[in-house]
Design a protein around this ligand. Structure first.
Ligand SMILES: Nc1nc2c(ncn2[C@@H]2O[C@H](COP(=O)(O)OP(=O)(O)OP(=O)(O)O)[C@@H](O)[C@H]2O)c(=O)[nH]1
Ligand SMILES: [Mg+2]
Ligand SMILES: [Zn+2]
Length: 309
């Protein structure tokens, strides 16, 4: 007999699979995955054979896969950053939205710790509202966690919704406020360097039909934050397609004087003109220029290696 399900956790080669009948199976994967180019990942839809003990036999084709957080079949990414403590780095946020756009994932912006710096929180939120993204501003006593829960319940039922953001921004705190029964561990910031301490150490998916008791599918994942220092690799994209991952450039691309316009600073560039007229947020174009520079400097052999962060 075989069962279909989704990998929701993997620890030391043992995977927890949530089956289509709402059962949790704990099982290893068949040995041959060790030699194959594809090995099981949290988020994978799999077949488990149930003769002589449970074993993952096959992995369905993935819709996408992220390297960090390491999770597949993502439908929505909650790009999370704090208004302060740790200080927001918009370039990293924009790298995340780019990665999401490139992989067909819907980015949703979550600004946390608005209580610490309300003006900064609003300033940043307005940038991403201008891009056209859904934005939530939250903090102790600010914003509504109920609205986020309702959003998850109604708009995040297709695939996996995962948090992504630096350590210490408050991803687990928000997960716990959304779903108090989960009892997840949160951590203080390091007092000296005001960075998170990587409190969350694994990606674990929670089935939304168990959280909302409505049988409508979808999963949500808390994830380990990355430290700002190791968030550098960004080499899986070609610079030619980079503008497509900035949706607010969309209506201007194609209106530039030169067909090969890079939209960095050329004469007659419609994107740069829109920037100067205040129609494109400056920080977003700054990120575009910075990411373009990184992609230009990479060696061509590097860019086909991976698809994630
Ligand atoms: N003032 C304030 N503090 C917050 C808020 N959200 C989270 N914190 C605090 O920020 C610290 C880090 O929160 P976590 O939820 O553990 O952060 P995380 O993003 O899960 O961090 P990692 O698991 O390391 O990736 C904790 O001390 C939280 O209490 C907020 O909205 N306002
Ligand atoms: Mg955490
Ligand atoms: Zn241009």
């Amino acid at each position: 007999m075989v069962k279909k399900g989704k990998i929701i956790l993997g620890v030391g080669g043992i995977y927890t699979v949530y089956t289509s009948d709402g059962e949790y199976l704990s099982c290893p994967a068949k040995g041959s995955f060790r030699h194959a180019s594809t090995s099981p990942c949290v988020g994978d839809d799999v077949t488990v054979s149930c003769e002589d003990g449970n074993r993952i036999e096959t992995i369905d084709e993935r819709r996408n896969i992220l390297i960090r957080p390491h999770v597949s079949n993502v439908g929505t990414m909650f790009v999370t950053f704090a208004a302060a403590r740790p200080e927001p780095v918009l370039l990293n946020t924009d790298k995340l939205t780019c990665i999401a756009e490139h992989l067909g994932i819907k980015p949703v912006i979550i600004v946390t710790k608005a209580d610490v710096s309300p003006e900064k929180a609003e300033e940043i939120a307005s940038i991403y509202r201008a891009v056209g993204y859904d934005v939530f501003v939250l903090g102790n006593g600010i914003g509504s966690v109920d609205c986020v829960r309702e959003y998850v319940k109604t708009s995040c039922r297709d695939g996996v919704t995962c948090f992504a953001g630096a350590s210490g921004v408050g991803k687990t705190t928000l997960m716990t406020r959304l779903f108090p029964n989960l009892e997840l561990e949160t951590g203080e910031l390091s007092r000296k360097i005001e960075r998170g301490k990587n409190t969350t150490r694994k990606v674990e998916l929670f089935p939304l039909d168990t959280l909302f008791c409505d049988g409508k599918g979808g999963f949500i994942a808390d994830t380990p934050g990355f430290s700002l220092l190791d968030f550098i690799r960004f080499d899986f994209l070609d610079k030619e397609v980079l503008p497509n991952n900035f949706p607010e450039f969309g209506e201007y691309i194609g209106r530039c004087r030169y067909t090969k316009c890079t939209h960095l600073c050329e004469e007659g560039c419609a994107v740069v003109a829109a920037l100067e007229e205040g129609k494109i947020p400056r920080s977003r174009h700054d990120s575009y220029v910075a990411i373009y520079g990184e992609l230009k400097n990479k060696h061509s052999w590097e860019n086909k290696n991976g698809k994630g962060i």
